[in-house]
Ligand binder design. Structure first.
Ligand code: F6P
Length: 343
């Protein structure tokens, strides 16, 4: 079999571990491996595919990013995009293609599988918002980075008696914020799933002051909307999949300005941004990316197109790609209630 590997959407620590797992399983079975460069961009136009050999996968387990490159190119939005993808798959002689990505990349994979293309998916997104699966490549590394950042920010917050607003990624869900905030001891966590008012933030900070706390760390997810802080239509740019580029809205900076104006507390903002997706993967991400990567190879060898490995109750299971992208997984109330105990 000739098997292709593609990574799409935002890069995330653990992608290379998954690529390596797919490739090493393939090579062990006597298959050949082809890399599709830069996500779906590599399957559109004239195509950009490259044959890979064993040495290409050496030393990449601990590397962040993706050796295949990535992009947010969306073939579903291109005239003739479907024919371009199917034509490139055929010309490259690919018997299978493993697409590693989040809802956008997997949405395209599912669409191609419906047209009869030999697609297998792998769950990846630091946002952790895919349905069905409890594990997405990159989330654990992102949470670890947020946790370490909060530990470091605590020292300045305490020494200078400041309010520190920390903006984290996560798109329209609050997984990174709530898990990072829990692990890093945040004094308040604001996430899109459970909106609160600016008045509530101010009251909370006043209450903390009365209780003797002279500093606070507030984690805010980039996708939070709040009356008086974010505009309902701020004209932010969207990407090829129609997502607003949330980092450009600057919710953290806006919130910090309002807090300072309303409370008089000296307030600073830190936007963790792309550091959350950068650098070396945690051991957890390396191990699970390896497990789902190897499972994806098995699905390809069995010709189970349109399927993908997921993690449920600590074990690798199989789902349709369609089910995984069918809805966004959001932070449940019980997890947010737990975080609120420490506010
Ligand atoms: O989906 C992953 C993610 O990092 C989101 O958390 C963030 O909103 C988005 O990607 C940023 O996208 P881009 O890399 O296109 O700026």
């Amino acid at each position: 079999m000739q098997i292709g590997i593609l990574t799409g959407g935002g890069d995330a620590p653990g992608l290379n571990a998954a690529i390596r797992a797919v490739a090493r399983c393939a090579l062990a079975a006597g298959d050949t491996v082809v890399g599709v460069r830069n996500g779906w961009a590599g399957l559109t136009g004239d195509g950009d595919l490259v044959p890979l050999k064993r040495s290409d996968f050496s030393g990449i387990l601990q590397l962040g990013g993706t050796i295949m490159g990535s992009s947010r190119v969306n073939p579903m939005k291109r005239d003739g995009g479907l024919d371009e993808c199917l034509g490139n798959l055929r010309r490259a002689g690919l018997d299978a293609l493993v697409a590693i990505g989040g809802d956008d990349t997997l949405g395209v994979a599912s669409w191609l599988a419906e047209q009869g293309a030999p697609l297998i998916g792998v769950p990846k997104t630091m946002d952790n918002d895919l349905s069905v699966t409890e594990y997405c490549i990159g989330f654990d590394s992102a949470v670890s980075i947020v946790t370490e950042a909060l530990d470091r920010l605590h020292t300045t917050a305490a020494s200078h008696h400041r309010v520190m607003v920390v903006e984290v990624m996560g798109r329209d869900t609050g997984w990174v914020a709530v898990m990072g905030g829990l692990a890093g001891g945040a004094d308040m966590i604001l996430i899109p799933e459970f909106p609160i008012r600016l008045d509530d933030v101010v009251e909370h900070l006043d209450r903390r002051g009365f209780q003797g706390s002279d500093f606070s760390i507030i984690v805010v997810a980039e996708g939070v909307t709040m009356d008086g802080v974010t505009a309902s239509d701020d004209g932010s740019a969207t990407d090829a999949f129609g997502h607003v580029q949330l980092s450009k809205r600057g919710v953290g900076e806006r919130l910090a300005g309002m807090i300072e104006a309303r409370t008089g507390h000296e307030t600073r903002t830190t936007v963790l941004g792309y550091t959350q997706r950068g650098g070396t993967p945690t051991a957890y991400d390396r191990i699970w990316a390896t497990r789902v990567g190897a499972a994806a190879y098995t699905l390809a060898a069995e010709g189970r197109w349109g399927m993908m490995p997921v993690v449920r109750c600590g074990a690798v299971e199989v789902s349709t790609i369609d089910d995984v992208v069918s809805e966004q997984r959001r932070v449940p109330a019980e997890l947010y209630e737990l975080a609120r105990v420490f506010f």
